[in-house]
Design a protein around this ligand. Structure first.
Ligand code: SF4
Ligand code: SF4
Length: 160
């Protein structure tokens, strides 16, 4: 069964943010701008997954959701994405830990697990391109859905 439980790369906010606010506030206490700025723009959560119908085990693939721009690693229709991808999962402070398929590097998952953001995260480094340069994003590795063929041919481990 395909488990297109994908979710939510956001555009960076223009609102000034308090330095290291994520160390002082829990996910549930953040403003919308603070929440959205946490996304590192990796695009990994927008890759398709395969769920074993018997065991529930998730396999990760390098196949991008049809709305993902594999160059920028951003959703091309974020505001209206549910019209096109109804099962695009909404990430909230309450659901982060339940979404076990979120990649281990996901900023929301890291904070929900009580860990800190990595040094390459744009809120730490100040450089939104660093996530790509250090190889922590899908850039250069994701395949557009329209060219992929069977998902089973695209299983990878780097997006976990
Ligand atoms: S995996 Fe997490 S940090 Fe990366 S794009 Fe998705 S929501 Fe953002
Ligand atoms: S609809 Fe957009 S946010 Fe949702 S998985 Fe696809 S590319 Fe990602």
């Amino acid at each position: 069964m395909d488990a297109r439980d994908e979710q939510v790369p956001q555009l960076p906010t223009a609102e000034p943010l308090e330095p290291e606010y994520w160390k002082r506030r829990g996910l549930a206490e953040m403003s919308r701008a603070e929440w959205e700025a946490l996304c590192d723009g990796c695009g990994k959560c927008c890759l398709e997954k395969i769920e074993d119908g018997y065991t529930g085990e998730i396999s990760y693939t390098n196949v991008a959701c049809r709305l993902l721009d594999v160059g920028t690693c951003r959703c091309t229709r974020y505001a209206e994405r549910r019209r096109y991808v109804p099962n695009c999962e909404a990430l909230t402070a309450e659901t982060v830990l339940a979404l076990t398929w979120l990649p281990s590097s996901c900023a929301y998952r890291l904070l929900a697990e009580g860990r800190d953001l990595p040094s390459w995260h744009h809120l730490v480094s100040g450089d939104p391109e660093l996530v790509h340069r250090v190889g922590a994003s899908v850039r250069g590795r994701a395949v557009p859905e329209s060219r992929a063929g069977p998902l089973e041919h695209h299983i990878v481990t780097w997006s976990a």
